[in-house]
Write a protein that binds this ligand. Structure first.
Ligand code: SF4
Length: 344
């Protein structure tokens, strides 16, 4: 079941998506190991031109969701529908190699580490021009002109195109990654912790750049981060992940004002507010225990061992992700009944 009905404005519709790693024994001497359920029954939609933030602690499965959506991984179960540039919808979960190759022009990814994600032996011209060459879009002087245009778009000087990545700062390297992602005019970009390794002011500049590019080219973003305060400024809606499950999906402002899931409340309690008056009286919620092992998650609600509101039913029955308020979804038995504190 999709979280929201698919309409003409929907670019992605992810339904019941699961990815399990390992499990099967590799030889007759090996015992079968429990599968790691990295992503479990995840459903959400992303509208055209929207920025959807996916947040959660390390190991929550958010990066795996992005890699599944771009089909860098095979899907264990579920559906990923994508609206192509011609308006027709395609099922990515079962798409073959040739179909995926053609669709990859429309979906790109920006990676976390601007140092390791760029080949140090390639010049800027080669790095940004490579997707154009691979897809046979441009070569020769046409390619050089397009690379110069892309570099200008991300605020880098085209004269630098003969330089290697080591000559640039972390923020500039991230911009090279953005230029490379833009080369094929994609409709969708997944940014995986794209600004997490940068200083706050450099990260803010690159986020502003991404917002300008979004406006200019009508881009749709999936913005993955562990930092809720970062997504607050860029996302229209946010999905909160925990042990491979989506715990809450809400528009940004209502989520920050009044979360519907106790895990979201705990994450929000750690978000500092620039206005000191808004911080007054707020208490950081320190969750007890560790994130559970995804190969052996707790029965019932995966969050129950750490949840301050857990009751008997939480240990026995896993809650569904359900619409608790119009357009807002929570995977909690008591969604809408608990009085949870937001970030302000
Ligand atoms: Fe907490 Fe129970 Fe809700 Fe899970 S279902 S978040 S344990 S109150």
């Amino acid at each position: 079941m999709p979280v929201e009905p698919l309409n003409s404005e929907t670019l992605f519709a992810v339904t019941g998506l699961s990815k399990h790693f390992g499990g099967a024994a590799k030889g007759w001497l090996q015992k079968e190991k429990p599968a790691v359920k990295a992503v479990n029954d995840v459903s959400f939609t992303i509208a055209r031109g929207e920025t959807f933030g996916l947040v959660g602690e390390s190991g929550s499965g958010k990066s795996t969701v992005a890699r599944l959506m771009l089909r860098a991984y095979d899907v264990t179960a579920g559906s990923i529908r994508f609206r192509r540039s011609d308006g027709n919808t395609v099922e990515l979960a079962s798409a073959g190699k040739a179909e995926l190759q053609a669709l990859r022009r429309q979906m790109q990814m920006i990676f976390q580490d601007p140092y390791s994600s760029l080949n140090p032996r390639m010049t800027l011209l080669e790095l940004v021009g490579e997707p154009l060459l691979i897809h046979g879009v441009a070569s020769g002087s046409e390619l050089e002109d397009r690379v110069a245009e892309l570099l200008r778009l991300v605020g880098l000087r085209p004269e630098f195109r003969g330089r290697y990545p080591h000559a640039f700062s972390g923020g500039q390297r991230q911009r090279i990654g953005i230029a490379r992602a833009l080369a094929l005019n994609p409709a969708f970009i997944a940014a995986d912790e794209a600004v997490s390794a940068l200083d706050v002011s450099v990260a803010a500049q690159n986020i502003n750049l991404m917002q300008d590019l979004q406006e200019q080219f009508g881009l749709t973003y999936l913005f993955i981060t562990h930092d809720l305060s970062m997504v607050q400024h860029i996302s229209n809606r946010i999905g909160v992940m925990y042990v491979g499950r989506l715990m809450e999906v809400s528009a940004t402002e209502p989520m920050f004002a009044e979360p519907l899931h106790p895990y979201t409340e705990a994450l929000l309690s750690a978000v500092p507010q620039p206005d000191p008056k808004r911080n007054r009286g707020r208490k950081r919620i320190m969750l007890k225990g560790e994130i559970p092992d995804a190969s052996n998650p707790p029965k019932g609600c995966a969050f129950h061992p750490r949840c301050p509101y857990a009751k008997d039913i939480c240990k026995a029955e896993e809650p569904e992700l359900r619409e608790a308020k119009p357009g807002r979804f929570s995977r909690c038995h008591f969604a809408g009944e608990l009085s949870l504190t937001g970030a302000y």
